[in-house]
Design a protein around this ligand. Structure first.
Ligand code: G6Q
Length: 544
């Protein structure tokens, strides 16, 4: 096959979608709903406890048929099967992509280089559970014999965003006797504020780093170790009871002074941003307990099985992935808003920023050919109703088309008066307003003066998905995260890019290593950057 032969633009469905999109761009959701009375019931799907209403999208049955044809012509199912089988689909790093093995049930078989990895996954989970139980029960003691009351996860990127998000999302289930803090930024304020009010004798640091070489994490871990050792009058043996590690690099872990007995491992086939359900989730497991953690894994696994086996026209990650292709490539839409109406999910959009944009922010295909179409959209969001009083204006009346994913739950975790009905009334109102808008006639009929009418018109025809689940449980969180992981996979499979590398973060890291000694040197450095960077370095040296 010649290079680029499998690009989506060469598939027959792409041309058909282009022609179809020309007609659909002129079609209003008002028309689609009035011509099709069952639409709101029909264009729905279920999986792993999530109910998806995708009827408020600018689609017909023909659109979905063509999008499924594009998925077929792109070989989506074969690509899904290759991922689940453990093929080395991360070709630029020559690695398998097996976050799905992290939640494979005990007794199943997934081979990497001829070796079944499932027993190792469960051995690590068992070790994590035993440690988590010891911390939770007070059996794990600090250097002076006191129980642990504070757990500080030190990590960044994939070794931070998942743990923070999951801790916030599942706080309802967490042990309130324990305090959890997350330190990621190399800005010293992050560590200083986190440790400010902590008693070192009751504090446990989890240094989470796949490589154990990441500059930010190692800088924070070393400063945290200094903070601890100082508190114990320079006694370095205190580290043993107050530091554990999550990593794939045992040499570096022991070099840091952490006993590898207290190291929790994972594998090169788990990408950072796909690792919150590996040992990187140790802080989550300590917070919510092993049983809840296993329940979360089960939710992930249910969504995995759905993605792997369900026909594409009823498959949630495929439907949502293909809809994002529809808007990105045929409506020139550049962003997707994720809007959870559940305050516990406040860090979910931040988590998805990394999952989606670090994965599919790519402009060459797996063959290294430049793409001639847009890839990863910008994902962002805030919990509702807060966002309504902020950026929703642009989504309702701005010039850009921004599809929205609304996420809501039927039952509040802490019911309080009318709060939950008010919350849900708002999420339903938003998707209705976005889809159907308000015409000039309707605005005028309300007695609005003519000059004000254009300002008060809502064009509508703004698409959204609504995901509804019973309640935010650990299993539902697992299903939600797996849903977006597989949406990302679906997108990458169609665009022909590799969602599992992140070379784009390397250049800045390398330049920072070059600039650092230029900032710190006593002698005035000879600089060979561009004139702007040279000048900024000199300014900083003058002003610091
Ligand atoms: C995620 C990325 C990246 C990574 C961090 C931390 O997919 O690879 O965000 O997670 O750079 O890396 P370490 O875990 O190796 O410290």
């Amino acid at each position: 096959m010649h290079k680029g032969a499998n690009l989506p633009i060469h598939h027959p469905s792409w041309k058909l979608l282009e022609a179809h999109a020309t007609a659909m761009r002129e079609t209003h959701l008002r028309t689609l709903f009035s011509k099709d009375v069952d639409r709101g019931q029909r264009l729905t799907a279920n999986a792993a406890g999530l109910f998806l209403d995708f009827s408020k999208n600018r689609i017909t049955d023909e659109t979905m048929g063509l999008l499924c044809q594009l998925a077929r012509e792109s070989g989506l199912q074969a690509k899904i099967d290759a991922m689940f089988r453990g093929d080395k689909i991360n070709t630029t790093e020559n690695r398998a992509v097996l976050h799905t093995a992290l939640r494979a049930p005990e007794g199943s078989t997934i081979l990497v280089d001829g070796k079944n990895v499932v027993p190792e996954v469960h051995a690590v989970l068992t070790k994590m559970a035993s440690f988590a139980n010891r911390v939770r029960s007070g059996d794990w003691k600090g250097h002076t014999g006191k129980r642990i009351r504070n757990v500080v996860n030190i990590g960044i990127g994939g070794s931070d965003l998942g743990p923070v998000m999951a801790y916030e999302a599942l706080r309802h289930y967490s042990d309130r006797e324990l305090t959890f803090l997350f330190v990621s930024n190399v800005d010293g304020i992050d560590l200083a504020e986190a440790t400010r009010d902590l008693d070192p004798t009751e504090t446990l640091f989890i240094v989470s780093s796949k490589t154990f070489t990441t500059l930010e994490t190692m800088t924070n871990a070393q400063s945290a170790r200094d903070w601890l050792v100082n508190a114990f009058a320079g006694d370095r043996t205190s580290v043993a009871k107050h530091f554990v590690a999550v990593s794939t690099n045992s040499d570096k872990v022991s070099g840091f002074g952490i006993d590898t007995e207290n190291m929790f491992g994972f594998w090169d086939w788990v990408g950072g941003r796909y690792s919150m359900d590996s040992a990187i989730g140790l802080s989550t497991m300590i917070a919510i307990g092993p049983d809840n953690f296993y329940e979360m894994l089960d939710g992930f696994h249910q969504m995995d099985e759905h993605y792997r086996t369900c026909p594409h026209d009823r498959n949630l990650p495929v439907i949502m992935g293909m809809l994002s292709i529809w808007y990105t490539n045929f409506f020139d839409s550049h962003a997707i808003a994720v809007l959870p109406y559940e305050n516990y999910l406040k860090r979910f959009p931040a988590y998805l920023q990394q999952l989606t944009m670090e994965s599919n922010g790519k402009s060459v295909t797996l063959d290294g050919e430049p793409v001639s179409y847009h890839t990863g959209p910008i994902y962002w969001g805030e919990p509702g109703t807060n966002g309504q009083h902020s950026f929703y204006q642009l989504i309702h009346q701005g010039t850009r088309l921004i599809p929205c994913d609304f996420i809501a739950f039927a039952q509040a975790l802490t019911p309080m008066g009318r709060h939950h009905d008010i919350l849900i009334a708002n999420v339903l109102a938003q998707s209705e307003a976005l889809a159907f808008g308000k015409t000039a006639e309707q605005v005028s009929a309300e007695g609005t003066p003519e000059w004000l009418v254009p300002h008060r018109v809502f064009e509508g025809n703004r698409p959204s998905n609504t995901i509804l689940a019973q309640q935010l449980t650990p299993a539902i969180l697992g299903a939600l995260v797996a849903l977006y992981e597989h949406i990302v996979f679906t997108q990458g499979a169609i665009w022909g890019v590799n969602p599992f590398d992140q070379w784009g973060v390397e250049l800045g890291k390398a330049l920072a290593q070059c600039i650092l000694p230029e900032l710190e040197s006593v002698a005035i450095p000879e600089l060979s950057h561009d004139s702007s960077t040279n000048n900024l370095i000199h300014k900083y040296r003058e002003m610091r």
